[in-house]
Design a binder for this molecule. Sequence first.
Ligand SMILES: NC(=O)c1ccc[n+]([C@@H]2O[C@H](COP(=O)([O-])OP(=O)(O)OC[C@H]3O[C@@H](n4cnc5c(N)ncnc54)[C@H](OP(=O)(O)O)[C@@H]3O)[C@@H](O)[C@H]2O)c1
Length: 368
Amino acid sequence: MDSSSSPLFLKVSRRSWWMESLRWWSYVVYEMLVQRAQAKHLKNPLPLPPLHDVTCIVTGSTSGIGLEIARQLAAFGAHVVMAVRNKSAASDLIQKWQTEWHGTGRLHIEVMEVNLLSLNSVVRFAEAWNSRSKPLHILVNNAGIYSMGEPLKLSKDGYETHMQVNHLAPALLSILLLPSLKKGSPSRIINVNSIMHYMGYVDTNDMNFVLAKHNFGSTKAYSSSKLAQVMFSSVLQKCLPAEVNISVVCVSPGTVRTNVTRDLPKFVQYAYNLFPLFFFSPQEGSRSALHAATDPQIPEYCKALKADDWPHCAYISHDCRPTSAAIEAHNADTAKKVWEKTLDMIGLPLDVVEKLLNGEEIMCSYKD
Ligand SMILES: NC(=O)c1ccc[n+]([C@@H]2O[C@H](COP(=O)([O-])OP(=O)(O)OC[C@H]3O[C@@H](n4cnc5c(N)ncnc54)[C@H](OP(=O)(O)O)[C@@H]3O)[C@@H](O)[C@H]2O)c1
């Protein structure tokens, strides 16, 4: 018998799994308990600089944190593209925001369709945007899922759904939009990440949890997708030449009351809403992303991290302060493996960044 299936091993590994889970959940509970105190220096809403002549794409802007990011960027004058799968919900929001708007002129917001559960949809979105030959200044990869308690599900592309929506699809979008981000330089890619990446573990030989399917849990899948995002973003930042001036930043929004609990039983959702004091509102939760997207010091900070050969890209906490990502994200070898595996999974060649920045055509296997 393989020792890993012996009752003693199972007992010990189950115990250590519980210990590990307990340790990592304590990070989340700690964040929830102290986030308000840690962020008390921040105004709500966060005051932003004027954003006229700035173009932003915000994914998942029909709900929660993304909705607030899009609304506030537009209120400060940016041209905002709501990149969403539910176009009619986004159009209804725009109509509401225009009606409520008391500033001069009209808000400059539009809707474009993208479904992150389809990599072909991401390619079509990027092609449609790039074909405008317009600069892009800020890409906010906000859309995400956390299907708490759900069993392992694969997308039609054959990938575990948390990994696809939270990591693979945003990675593909970021890379394919590089030509437009280069036109908009200095520009930024902001990834709405999570403190739960601390619980993550990325097995590059099993990004779909097929080998680990008996041990699958939505929390494991969610946290691993968020860790994969930090690692991929870190290698991307290193690959981008300094003169191109594209900053890649991951942010933690805090623990925020949003529709992220939609898959939970109704009584759990009710319990979740019983603690409004501890949870951030979506407006409070949008501050770290808005800060990373607009603060003038961010590009310099990213350059300094790169010059110091810091192992990961900039990570901004829920209180808008720079912080260190999980120790696992400091592992350059694993990050490189995650980078290579991700490019393979999203159908892009290893030299894609260099080619796109040189204005060359690339082939993506998810293109029609
Ligand atoms: N809430 C928290 O406490 C918390 C903590 C840490 C990190 N985050 C992160 O914050 C981000 C925003 O989450 P949220 O809390 O604001 O949740 P939310 O209210 O559920 O919003 C998620 C957004 O993502 C969109 N989305 C989901 N699947 C998509 C797909 N396949 N294609 C395109 N869009 C899709 C949703 O669109 P539909 O409305 O069409 O479904 C929605 O607009 C996520 O990345 C999440 O992981 C949240």
